[in-house]
Write a protein that binds this ligand. Structure first.
Ligand code: GLY
Ligand code: MN
Length: 463
């Protein structure tokens, strides 16, 4: 946990921006996976962590905007719990750790909320993303679950997004710790990528590195020699000489700040010329995007600039044709890169995505596009100092997509379909991803860059 002043200041900022009523942050509960006592690894809600810092189940934080009072709701553990769990702090002690004065047992929360409801006071909540939280809130308010949505407060969402988007120095330190774990995860995966090994052996080892640091994965690992499937969580293939292995993984520290990097390496440790040609386009696109990152620039424009590098590179190789600028305007490059360039990162790997992607990544000035490819961009708005984001261009040869576009004559002026189907159908995909902090005048990498040039990758794979 951070020092208590960090949480006091965050809540004060929240209070100063909201008009009136109550703000409720429901912490997460344990979630069972096959019977009630056998639970998934507990993951606290990120906004609860941001304002109330406590990484334990069955808590709620309440802020009365009119009186300024703050409350922590939760139950002290009984001796029956302590026999199984060991000594546990009291709710009063937990509240002191985060600078909250008032505590109440969890069953008192209902009175506070019903009183406010009966007096027609605003009750602000963030969107819920777990069924049990929806049921808990509907029980607390004595409403049908279909009415829960009515309490989701756009004023609260906007304020939380504004605050959580700008990372302070303590948060950046945590993100750097997550990056250091991610570095070990990725370099270990590189060293293990030999023909004959199963993907799951590498995936399991990589996940173990996160666990061995007292942390966990920031999202389920993507590791595959079929990297053209963007989120490939199947790890049952044996690596084959001549294939590429794409690894997209990151850790979250025990404070829950994330890392998220992607590297793509040649199985066996040596790129073929054909692989290197595509790889270097993705790397040039990534490096170009990083040169453009600074406050004030719309991330949508950086996405498009990085797409142009991809279109230019593929045109030089004869895979695309025509004018690359026109190709990007028409969205032709998106057959090769159907996803967005990146997303915010912080306490969630896709930071605050539960509050609504458009609420985080777009605003009144920059709206989400509808064009295939660009519509997948999670962050489009102008960057600000203190944002932390990923940049992750890729080139993928997805046979079903190529065949569909060929059959439907989509962007046929810009794409040499037959060359792709004859020469690249079993190429796979390449993605490269770095995590970046937007600084006053530009940007900096979060942590030490994981080996990325073909020479660095081949050198690391020898180890
Ligand atoms: N690294 C996984 C993703 O950004 O979707
Ligand atoms: Mn990512």
């Amino acid at each position: 946990m951070f020092k208590k002043d960090v949480y006091i200041e965050r809540r004060n900022k929240l209070k100063s921006r909201l008009k009136g009523g109550l703000v409720l942050f429901l912490g997460n509960q344990e979630a069972a996976f096959n019977y009630p006592d056998n639970t998934y690894h507990f993951r606290q809600d990120s906004s609860f962590l941001y304002f109330f810092g406590l990484d334990l189940p069955n808590l709620a934080g309440l802020i009365d905007l009119d009186s300024g009072k703050e409350y922590l709701f939760g139950n002290d553990f009984t001796i029956d719990d302590i026999i199984w769990m060991g000594p546990q702090p009291k709710i009063k002690e937990l509240a002191t750790d985060i600078g909250v004065e008032n505590t109440e047992p969890l069953d008192k929360l209902k009175n506070y909320l019903l009183n406010a409801k009966n007096q027609d006071r605003n009750i602000h909540v963030l969107p819920f993303y777990r069924g049990d939280s929806i049921i808990q809130f509907s029980n607390l308010l004595e409403i049908h679950h279909s009415e829960v949505e009515d309490y989701v407060s756009s004023e609260l969402i906007k304020t939380v997004v504004d605050l959580r988007s700008i990372k302070d120095q303590y948060e950046v330190e945590e993100l750097i710790k997550a990056a250091a774990i991610g570095y070990k995860m990725h370099t270990t995966a590189m060293k293990m990528a030999k023909p004959g090994i199963y993907e799951q052996e590498i995936a399991g080892t990589v996940e173990g590195i996160a666990l061995a640091h007292g942390s966990m994965l920031s999202f389920p690992i993507i590791l595959s020699q079929n990297g053209e499937t963007l989120h490939n969580h199947y790890h049952g293939n044996m690596l084959q000489e001549g294939r590429l292995m794409l690894t997209d993984t990151g850790a979250e520290t025990n404070m829950h700040y994330a890392s998220d990097n992607t590297r793509t390496v040649p199985v066996g440790g040596k790129f073929s010329q054909k692989q290197k040609d595509i790889y270097n386009i993705v790397l040039a696109s990534l490096d170009h995007s990083i040169t453009l990152i600074k406050p004030g620039v719309p991330y949508r424009d950086i996405h498009l600039a990085s797409a142009k590098v991809i279109a230019e590179g593929l045109t030089k190789l004869g895979i695309m044709k025509g004018n690359p600028e026109d190709a990007v305007r028409e969205g032709a490059h998106a057959m090769f890169m159907p996803h967005g360039l990146g997303h915010m990162m912080g306490l969630d790997v896709h930071d605050m995505e539960g509050l609504g992607e458009d609420n985080v990544g777009y605003d009144n000035e920059i709206k989400r596009a509808t064009q295939f490819g660009l519509k997948g961009l999670r962050l489009g708005r102008r960057l600000q100092e203190g944002f932390v984001l990923t940049t992750e261009p890729g080139i993928y040869f997805i046979p079903d997509l190529v065949k569909k576009w060929k059959a439907e004559n989509i962007n046929a002026d810009f794409i040499n379909f037959d060359k792709i189907l004859n020469e690249y159908a079993d190429f796979g995909g390449i993605r490269l991803e770095d995590d970046i902090l937007v600084t006053e005048k530009g940007c900096q990498m979060i942590g030490k860059r994981i080996p990325i040039t073909p020479d660095e990758v081949e050198e690391t794979m020898k180890g």
